[in-house]
Design a protein around this ligand. Structure first.
Ligand SMILES: [Zn+2]
Length: 862
């Protein structure tokens, strides 16, 4: 029967033009209305639906633009008129031409703006629990191809190319839907998952848009700044449930300083038109200019601002995934009950459903397309003009270039930084001879980022130091925090030397099209080999060699030989036929240099044994755990994930962690959560705590603390990152505490900023570090230590200097952190507890301080 039907259908297909057959509405495909209570389409269904629509309409083409972390196809629909479809490549070429005024006159640009089409991209559901937009996307696509729109879609789609990404995080969409379905109808319906909704990043998948660690970010970045170059971009989100129904820009202060003013005006134009369109439909509760700042946080839509593209964020009030909620009028915060110019029509409470969100999002998405259509020519021309200004006009305060000198502490990491910049659309040059800039001589091979380039706002924002404006609630009052980070300067985070050059200079420069890591010469066969530990990648080589059972030492001093110098802690490897076999590939894979040695008797050294690493994962979906896991996986560091149950034995059979592990790491997490699974009742997180299914409740418990104590006593190494240090203050009597714990916010305030630290690189945890480095401080600690007694000892590895501590971002109350320790290596009986009081591997961005963590995993034996 089925076969016959298919045959019949194929015949119909042959006989009729596609447009006459009709397209399947999503509700018919899904068996329920989009956004119906307690109904969700999962990612597989969404892909199926888009595929079907692609087969049924000439106005939509579905592309796979990449693969997700867990290997799902990342799809994007291209929706435009039938006439435009065969010429998409030509239109993409036009936007590329408009970007580069070096090859285009104003007259040609005017002409191209008329010929070209405006490209609008809608990205949905990057945050998986903010699920409405992934559902809405199906209906939006259907409405666009069938003309059920607030505009004449035949006319509009002739001028607009719509790119629609139904989910920027396919894995998460699928996970959240499956979890929701599993617990639907139980007391946990609509509740949190115990794991991250992005394999590594969770909610931070929207903080990766300059580092491009994740395949999803990379794929969409290619669409945005390489393949399609849309001039308008919206990223659709959801926020809390009780305040406004919808946030639309304009954003609130402060703005990112390198963004072109026309971008802020364009954002306001689109935002206001969307609010206007919604208000016409009597959709209330829309606010602008609150909560969401114009200070870049490395998020998806705001990265567009820095590429001269209008980037918009929409934030709808949430429901419990797909379950409706009732908001009592008294539960609405008073600031959302009064009429204001930026909030003229407060929502008055009542039931709030998934479909409500879908309705708002359908209208605002269509409004966006309509505004793009109405201003098509000038939006294209203004894109050209902004890029032209970036190339031609340099104000006195603007830098001329940034130079990344050839001689670097960690050269492969410097190349990695350049590679990331290029992936974000930055143009890079390389000097072919020695040259002088700002009175300093740079060697041939140094890299130069000239600020005269189309994406100057982006290049400059990443390379320069941020100075966050001093915003207070009232003069002398508490600081107004940024939405996320205040400082992010990439060279500081990655430990890469980079000089800002204000004066012009001239030297022969070659444009770099691809970052080439030079091939490694494998040293001639000698009894020993030495690898300097200044490069992060050297640790990956060592972990790999350890798998092959290599005999490895760390030097206790710096090594100076004829051909090389090695820092304290350099790796010495005993050669063998097996090692000789794997070494060339290994060195080339990680771009690490090794040297041969005949004799090592004169080098003081300690042996390294193969460490077994255990890494704690709570059931609280901790993003820092995810990013740390990312660092381990990307550096190929073997580890075992530990859950609460692994810290619990039976009465007869107590758990012995030392039997299985040598190092146990706790990522940044509140100590109460680690111990009990719950924040302490007076913590600000207590209110947001929700019940979980019983197997995910609780923490490592008293038993876990005891097990960790005995682990350290037996010689184990316990590593606590950032707030996890709280665990050892409370439970271990470690001779250190957080001196900032009780300091008030208007006395000390440092929202995600970069601070200067001094490092003792002659001690194992500081090995391979420069003596001055940059620490990413984010809800971090200022450690004070004291002269210990009994079984304890302590070594301050890194500390904040006396003054001039801020490198990038915002720091109030410098004196409170001055001379405090940042990293402390404490000894207890045979083992160590390492306290790293800042985010040394923050979001897999702060490569410059990875070594504190890596050294904790490769602590040499005595
Ligand atoms: Zn969001």
């Amino acid at each position: 029967m089925k076969k016959k039907l298919t045959l019949l259908f194929s015949l119909v297909l042959l006989l009729y033009p596609l447009s006459l057959i009709g397209q399947t509405p999503p509700e018919e495909f899904l068996g329920h209305k989009v956004g119906a209570d307690r109904k969700l389409a999962d990612y597989n269904q969404i892909c199926e639906y888009f595929k079907k629509l692609d087969e049924e309409s000439e106005k939509i083409k579905v592309l796979t633009i990449g693969k997700s972390t867990l290997e799902k196809p990342l799809i994007m629909a291209v929706i435009t008129s039938e006439e435009n479809m065969p010429n998409l490549d030509d239109y993409r070429e036009i936007t590329k031409k408009l970007r580069d005024a070096r090859n285009l006159t104003e007259e040609e640009a005017v002409q191209l703006s008329k010929e070209g089409k405006i490209i609008v991209i809608l990205t949905c559901n990057i945050h998986s629990t903010e699920i409405a937009s992934s559902q809405m996307a199906m209906e939006l696509a259907y409405d666009l191809v069938t003309g059920k729109t607030i505009f004449d879609s035949d006319k509009v789609l002739k001028d607009v190319i719509v790119l629609l990404v139904p989910s920027s995080n396919p894995d998460g969409e699928q996970m959240v839907t499956e979890w929701y379905r599993k617990y639907s109808g139980t007391r946990y319906e609509g509740g949190r998952m115990p794991w991250l909704y992005h394999h590594y990043a969770g909610h931070d998948d929207n903080r990766d848009w300059y580092m491009l660690n994740l395949p999803e970010t990379k794929a969409i970045t290619d669409v945005l700044y390489r393949d399609w170059i849309p001039q308008v971009h919206i990223d659709e989100h959801q926020m809390g449930s009780t305040g406004a129904r919808l946030f639309l820009p304009p954003f609130m202060d402060p703005p990112t300083l390198t963004v072109h003013p026309l971008i802020w005006r364009g954002i306001a134009l689109f935002g206001t038109n969307m609010a206007y369109e919604l208000q016409k439909d009597r959709l209330s509760g829309i606010v602008y200019g609150r909560s969401f700042t114009g200070w870049w946080i490395g998020a998806c839509d705001d990265t567009s601002w820095l590429h001269n593209s209008i980037g918009i964020l929409s934030e709808m009030a949430s429901v419990n995934i797909a379950s409706p909620i009732y908001v009592d009028p008294t539960e609405i915060p008073s600031s959302y009950t009064e009429k204001r110019i930026h909030f003229p029509d407060p929502w008055t409470g009542g039931w709030w459903r998934l479909r409500d969100i879908v309705d708002y999002e359908l209208t605002l998405s269509q409004s966006l397309i309509k505004t793009a259509y109405l201003h098509k020519d000038e939006l294209l021309l203004n894109f050209y003009r902004m890029c032209k200004e970036a190339i031609e006009i340099r104000k006195e305060e603007d830098p001329f270039a940034f130079i990344i000198p050839r001689d670097q502490h960690d050269y492969p990491t410097a190349l990695k930084m350049l590679d990331i910049l290029m992936a974000g659309g930055v143009e890079i040059h390389q000097a072919s001879e020695d040259f002088i800039a700002d009175g300093k001589t740079y060697p041939s091979g140094s890299f130069v980022v000239l600020m005269s380039q189309p994406y100057r706002p982006y290049a400059q924002a990443l390379l320069e130091k941020q100075k966050y404006p001093e915003l207070r609630q009232y003069p002398g009052g508490p600081p107004i925090p940024p939405y996320d980070n205040a400082g992010w300067t990439l060279p500081l985070q990655m430990g890469v030397k980079c000089d800002r050059i204000d004066d012009t200079f001239k030297t022969p420069l070659k444009k770099v099209f691809k970052i080439i890591f030079s091939p490694i010469t494998v040293p001639e066969e000698k009894p020993y080999m030495i690898i300097d530990c200044k490069t992060n990648a050297s640790y990956s080589v060592i972990f790999d060699l350890m798998k092959s059972g290599a005999e490895i030492y760390r030097s206790k001093e710096s090594i100076t030989k004829k051909e090389f110098e090695g820092a304290y802690g350099s790796f010495i490897i005993k050669n063998s036929p097996e090692i000789q076999k794997i070494l060339p590939d290994l060195l080339n894979k990680w771009h690490v240099v090794a040297y041969g040695l005949d004799d090592i008797t004169d080098i003081p050294k300690n042996p390294l044994k193969r460490y077994r690493v255990g890494f704690y994962q709570s059931w609280k979906a901790n993003m820092d755990e995810g990013w740390t896991r990312y660092v381990f996986d990307s550096m190929e560091i073997p580890f075992t994930t530990l859950h609460n149950r692994d810290f619990k034995g039976t009465k007869k059979n107590k758990v012995n962690l030392k039997k299985k592990f040598d190092v146990i790491v706790f990522a940044d997490e509140n100590a109460d959560i680690i111990k009990s699974g719950k924040p302490s009742p007076n913590s600000p997180y207590a209110r947001r705590y929700t019940e979980m299914p019983p197997q995910y409740e609780g923490g490592i418990g008293d038993e876990g603390i005891q097990a960790l104590k005995s682990f350290v006593e037996q010689g184990g190494i316990l590593v606590t990152l950032n707030n996890a240090c709280g665990l050892v203050f409370k439970e271990f009597n470690v001779p250190a505490r957080d001196a900032l714990e009780k300091v008030k916010r208007n006395e000390f305030f440092c929202p995600s900023s970069i601070l200067k630290i001094k490092v003792d690189n002659k001690t194992p945890i500081g090995y391979g570090m420069p003596d001055k480095a940059a620490a990413l401080f984010s809800r971090s600690l200022g450690l004070s230590t004291w002269i210990p007694s009994g079984n304890w000892d302590r070594k301050v590895v890194a500390s904040y200097p006396k003054e001039n501590i801020l490198l990038s971002g915002w720091l109030l109350g410098e004196d409170k952190i001055a001379r405090k320790a940042a990293v402390v290596d404490t000894t207890y009986k045979k083992g160590h507890i390492i306290l790293i009081g800042f985010r040394c591997q923050n979001r897999a961005q702060s490569h410059g301080t990875y070594k504190f963590l890596l050294n904790s995993l490769l602590y040499p034996e005595k």
